[in-house]
Write a protein that binds this ligand. Sequence first.
Ligand code: FAD
Length: 289
Amino acid sequence: MKPAAFEYVVAESIEGAVAALAEARGEAKIIAGGQSLVPMLNFRLLRPAILVDINRIPDLAYVREEPDAIRIGALTRHHQLETSPVIARHFPVLREAMTHVAHLAIRNRGTIGGSLSHADPAAELPMMALLLDAALRVVSGTGARAVKARDFFQDALSVDLAVDEIVTEIMLPKLPERTGWGFAEVSRRSGDFALAAVAVTLALADRTISEARIAMTGVAPTPRRVREAEALLVGRRVDCALTKEVVGLVRAATEPQTDLHASADYRRHLVGVLAGRALSAAWQRAEAA
Ligand SMILES: Cc1cc2nc3c(=O)[nH]c(=O)nc-3n(C[C@H](O)[C@H](O)[C@H](O)COP(=O)(O)OP(=O)(O)OC[C@H]3O[C@@H](n4cnc5c(N)ncnc54)[C@H](O)[C@@H]3O)c2cc1C
């Protein structure tokens, strides 16, 4: 299939991009890496009248360290995140997740802003944004606003973005000093979207957990945090009995779908197994930290 005809606008600035979006009144789409948008155009699932290309906007691809946070430009490619020493040092869980996103050729083009705005229910980056308490900077012709990741993802392929808004930056607050992490994913083939994936961070104070975070993808319309399990872990040390309780809470927090790749029951079972593995890895790393 070929896409329906569209006009093509190259934005040279953020102001130019949002002006083009506002003028099109919902008939335009931004194109960043094109790795999700182009297949949707080719299958004619989308027929925008105008594509606004943001690839030539200067200074929109960066990983910047600040005392308490890391700021990532929306046009930063997946491969840049995978190979960034700053990401490896502060968010090794994110670096690990990036190796599971598609194939290298796609990671060379796909952008963090595109992945978060597209919000595929089985994508890794929305789950990581939720896990890491990200805040997104969203700009329109009338100004800028910050949106927490937990408010951004509304439904499958649906986010808190108006038709004239663009994501320009993702802010990740640094994690506490003694934080361990775990990441576990199963997909049918390497590079495929996840059937299910779980990411865990555990911060320790003295010898017990002071902060726990558990996020999952592939098992609900949006990525989810498992707040009940997180609360259960605080003040405790991980052992078999506690892991079993956490796995039960993780499975209960899912809303999986049956599709041609896996049944809902299989996904629910799988996500529990993955949660156990990610929790165990996070606990071992936290204790060793
Ligand atoms: C074969 C294949 C396998 C894949 N496997 C995976 C996988 O395993 N895991 C995974 O997470 N992803 C996977 N992807 C998707 C890939 O990661 C995409 O790159 C990503 O989802 C979209 O990023 P993009 O920059 O290409 O966005 P685009 O395709 O350019 O845009 C996607 C959507 O986001 C909007 N958009 C883009 N940038 C912005 C912005 N800055 N502000 C507001 N809206 C914006 C666009 O208008 C469009 O609606 C796969 C893709 C392919 C083709």
